[in-house]
Design a protein around this ligand. Structure first.
Ligand SMILES: [Cu+2]
Length: 313
């Protein structure tokens, strides 16, 4: 009997040993045969959250740049100031499952980081990103991409320049998880219109937009004068956009012929400049309900162009 159990435990021991050897073999195969190509991908995209290839899937990615001159503080900066500065666009809204990968690229001569603040829903850190012609002291990347999978409002900053701060609002996609809708139609309609202004995607007419960009000629299709110049929204999720005129001149937000639907802000007052005729004020809000790609412009300044991509829910 004891002899039997001794043989039994020996057999169990052999089986366990074989299982361990097998497991080590599989892990080893994964590390040495599978992992290297994945590591290579991560290295070339300089991302800790690779997975989206923004070259082949550009619609899933949104670009943020560190702007030229960001290494100098804005006038009036004091330690602890919360003004957004140094990134473009300063505020970005992305939708999980739609366009939730953000690519940070440094357009400044100095090197910078994009680093989440304490208290953010999730943390990310680009590490040092090389400037134009300036290489980071230790290892530096040329860009950084992060895929946001946790909804919420993120503030981020540059580790080297405390006056640099940006904001990213991450919204749950419709198909992904609990989005209140259907069922209680009237209630959700009422609450969505009530929260429309606070949850609207924010865009601005940038300071200086009344001056054409260098190289502009009639018929040019470059986007310019609005920030962000590209906005992607999803019907039923974040399809209301508010534009605010931050320039000293007055401007409009006006759809072009051929757009899926038309809209026109009329004259929007500038900062310290009132429209010659009637004005709706300095901001304009529009809710997109027809999917498609919209180009819009300023009726006064033909070099001003923006684009909104509207996706069906
Ligand atoms: Cu204008």
């Amino acid at each position: 009997m004891s002899d039997m159990s001794a043989k039994g435990s020996t057999a169990v021991g052999v089986i366990v040993a074989l299982l361990i050897i097998g497991a080590v073999g599989v892990i080893g195969f994964y590390q040495f045969e599978v992992a290297p190509s994945q590591l290579l991908t991560i290295t070339t995209t300089t991302s800790s959250s690779a997975g989206v290839n923004c070259q082949t899937s550009p619609s899933e990615c949104v670009n943020v740049t560190m702007i030229s001159g960001a290494s100098s503080p804005y006038s009036g900066y004091a330690s602890g100031s919360t003004q957004l500065y140094g990134y473009s666009p300063l505020t970005l809204t992305v939708v999980i499952g739609v366009n939730n990968t953000v690519v940070f690229t440094n357009q400044d001569v100095a090197f910078h980081t994009a680093t989440s603040n304490t208290g953010d829903p999730a943390s990310f850190d680009s590490g040092c990103i090389n400037g134009q012609g300036a290489t980071c002291p230790s290892s530096g990347a040329s860009s950084y991409q992060f895929t946001f999978t946790v909804a919420g409002t993120y503030l981020y900053h540059c580790d080297y320049h405390p006056w640099m701060q940006g904001k990213i609002i991450v919204i749950q996609g419709s198909g992904a998880s609990p989005t209140p809708s259907a069922g209680s139609t009237t209630t959700s309609a009422a609450s969505s219109s009530a929260s429309a202004s606070s949850s609207a995607v924010q865009a601005t007419i940038v300071s200086g937009a009344s001056v054409p960009y260098s190289g502009y000629s009639s018929g040019s299709t470059q986007l310019y004068g609005y920030s962000p110049v590209n906005i992607t929204v999803v019907i039923g999720v974040n399809n209301t956009v508010t534009w605010t005129n931050m320039d000293s001149s007055f401007h409009t937000v006006t759809s072009v012929s051929g757009d899926p639907a038309s809209f026109d802000s009329g004259c929007l007052n500038g900062v310290g400049a009132s429209c010659p005729g009637t004005s709706a004020g300095n901001s304009f809000t529009y809710t997109f309900t027809v999917p498609g790609t919209y180009v819009y412009h300023c009726s006064y300044h033909p070099w001003m162009r923006g684009e909104v991509t509207v996706l069906a829910a």
